[in-house]
Design a protein around this ligand. Structure first.
Ligand code: ASP
Length: 606
């Protein structure tokens, strides 16, 4: 009887047959592979010339490929012709070499192949390179712009390679986890109908259907809901999303989501699965064990305690509302403010005048935009010093201390003004102080679920409510009666995953029946007709037995950046756009030919 082979074994057999038998014409080994045990072996390597160094009678070359760097050595006395040839090689030339592995006398502990070198016997130039516009080594002299223009050269650099590998590994582990949990990876279309979801759509003119346009998906939101209606109760996809938004720092017009949806679930079910995913990724990618459940906090609590809906909870320095305490005591700045809040900074009463001035400047920056900063120093000797001594007695200041938990040695920082603006400024000041005090450690990951966001936001420009999340998010059932009377008070059954103050993703339990979806669209200002043209197919599908469902999408680029300990998502995308949304390498967007325009029936107005 034939023995049943396990999946791993089948994979190994195929690998041995197809991959191990590749031609040794170009290489017997890669450039990161050879070790001391290989000494004496005859090898063939192919790769790029990173550096050529001539030291007396010897020439050393660092040969690089995706796997690492191997030192090649040429001896002028032993083989003058070959050595001369080696000396003529330039950076980034592509070569094939044959040689013998030797133990190195001068070992390089920083390099995995640092115990050996390959004594070259033959060089073959496979392709010459022009002088690259920047150094292709760990550290480069190339600025951001030039590296973006020659991204394929930048990607040859070790730090970039590590980022691409991390992204690949993350993707594989995400797939492994979700597959194990019973999710099916199903692709959804990239050419869809333009349906308002929050941001502006990128549109694509149709040649075959005159005057009609496709849109690129802002996310597969409607499609994944249709998959639930189709009965595929656990769906996921690593998917490109497109949003034509005004550019903000570290945003990309196209980005990747880990997009998921589940049927017959409540909020806690979704949170459990994706909390599990993050814990699994912490473990497999970062070797960090996360114990316990992720804390949860309502939107309202997050705003009150941290002034933001994405708090960094690696550290305290929470906000205290001081409005009742300090208003109406004759200090005009406080008396005219809608909201006054403070942060107690432990052990910082010794802040100098210069440091306080810097903080004042910080909160006055236009993007933060409050008028000034009030401070109270609770000094070690028990005395109190503040910028409002003229208006408040020591007893009053001591009371503020009690209220905010500030004791001897602590510094109380107070901001005031319009409520939302002041809370925002306090949250920025809190982060700044967290950074200054070294409380935002890189290797420390503090995830948090933020729940119960407002369902709607008033848009002053359009004079209508907009969905905070998207129009398909379900209100909390206990708030349903408020929907038409007090829409602004209705909470959504929505959740965000925040890690270290960064929004990693968000989702919601969806509306799964037509009447409620209709009420929601009406609230958002869609007439019945508009709702039918824009969302008709979803409204119809909801009538054919839509199960209760909900889901989430995590920003994959951002997750990769966070796991890589970086703030920039651009570094984790092989071919990103720059801050102005341009592809600097391909030079896109760009004009199209007259013929293309004609075929599409498009004409410019000017
Ligand atoms: N489609 C949503 C988004 O892209 C995520 C979700 O609700 O699942 O933000």
């Amino acid at each position: 009887m034939k023995k049943k082979r396990g999946k791993e074994n089948i994979l190994r057999d195929y690998f041995m047959y197809f991959c191990q038998n590749f031609s040794v014409m170009y290489r017997t080994h890669n450039c990161g592979e050879l070790r001391l045990e290989d000494a004496g072996k005859e090898v063939i390597l192919s790769g790029w010339i990173q550096r050529v160094r001539n030291l007396g009678g010897m020439t050393f070359i660092d040969l690089r490929d995706r796997y690492g760097i191997t030192q090649l050595v040429f001896n002028l006395d032993q083989n003058p012709a070959l050595c001369e040839e080696a000396r003529k090689l330039g950076r980034e030339d592509v070569v094939r070499i044959e040689g013998v592995v030797r133990e190195r006398s001068n070992k390089n502990k920083c390099l995995p192949t640092g115990d050996i070198e390959v004594e070259a016997k033959k060089i073959e130039i496979l392709n010459r390179s022009e002088l690259p516009p920047f150094t292709i080594e760990k550290d480069t002299d190339g600025g951001e712009e030039i590296r973006m223009k020659y991204r394929y050269l930048d990607l040859r650099r070790e730090p970039m390679k590590k980022k691409m590998i991390l992204r690949h590994r993350l993707a594989q582990e995400v797939r492994k986890y979700l597959d194990k949990a019973g999710f099916l990876e199903i692709e959804t279309p990239a050419l869809i109908k333009s349906t308002p979801e929050g941001a502006r759509d990128f549109v694509v003119p149709s040649r075959l259907h005159k005057h009609q346009f496709y849109a690129l998906p802002q996310s597969p939101q409607i499609f994944k809901q249709l998959l639930m209606i189709a009965g595929y109760d656990k769906y996921f996809q690593l998917v490109k999303c497109f949003r034509d938004e005004d550019l903000r720092a570290d945003r990309q017009p196209e980005f990747t989501q880990i997009d998921c949806e589940m049927s017959f679930v409540e909020r806690e079910d979704v949170l459990k699965v994706f909390e599990g995913l993050i814990v699994y990724l912490f473990d497999t990618i970062l070797q960090i064990k996360y114990n316990g459940n992720f804390p949860q906090m309502t939107y309202r609590e997050a705003m009150e305690r941290y002034g933001t809906d994405k708090p960094d909870i690696r550290f305290g320095l929470e906000i205290t509302n001081l409005t009742m305490e300090v208003k109406g005591k004759g200090f005009p700045v406080f008396d005219t403010a809608e909201y006054i809040g403070g942060i107690c900074v432990p052990g910082s009463a010794g802040y100098s005048r210069k440091q306080l001035e810097q903080l004042t400047e910080f909160v006055r920056q236009p993007q933060i935009g409050v008028g000034g900063l009030v401070y109270v120093k609770f000094q070690e000797d028990g005395s109190v010093k503040s910028s409002v001594d003229k208006f408040f007695s020591v007893d009053e200041l001591m009371k503020w201390g009690e209220h905010t938990g500030a004791g001897k040695g602590d510094l109380l920082l107070i901001l005031s003004g319009k409520k939302n603006r002041t809370l925002f400024a306090l949250s920025e000041l809190r982060l700044e102080m967290g950074t200054r005090l070294g409380l935002r450690e890189k290797g420390n990951y503090s995830p948090l679920w933020v729940l119960d966001f407002p369902l709607l936001e008033w848009n002053e420009e359009e004079k209508r409510y907009m969905a905070t999340h998207h129009p398909f998010t379900s209100p909390l059932s206990e708030d349903l009666t408020l929907l038409e009377k007090h829409p602004e008070q209705v909470r959504a059954n929505a959740y965000d995953l925040v890690i270290n103050g960064v929004e990693i993703g968000g989702g919601s339990i969806r509306i799964h029946e037509t009447t409620l979806q209709g009420r929601m669209l009406k609230l958002l200002g869609f007439t019945d007709e508009e709702a039918a043209t824009q969302f008709g197919f979803l409204m119809e599908a909801l009538r054919y037995g839509a199960p209760p469902h909900g889901g989430i999408a995590l920003g994959f680029d951002r997750l990769a950046a966070m796991f890589g300990g970086s703030e920039s998502i651009r570094d984790f995308i092989a071919f990103p756009k720059n801050n102005a949304g341009r592809d600097m390498m391909a030079d896109a967007p760009n004009f199209i030919s007259k013929r293309q325009l004609d075929e599409l029936n498009l004409r410019f107005r000017e």
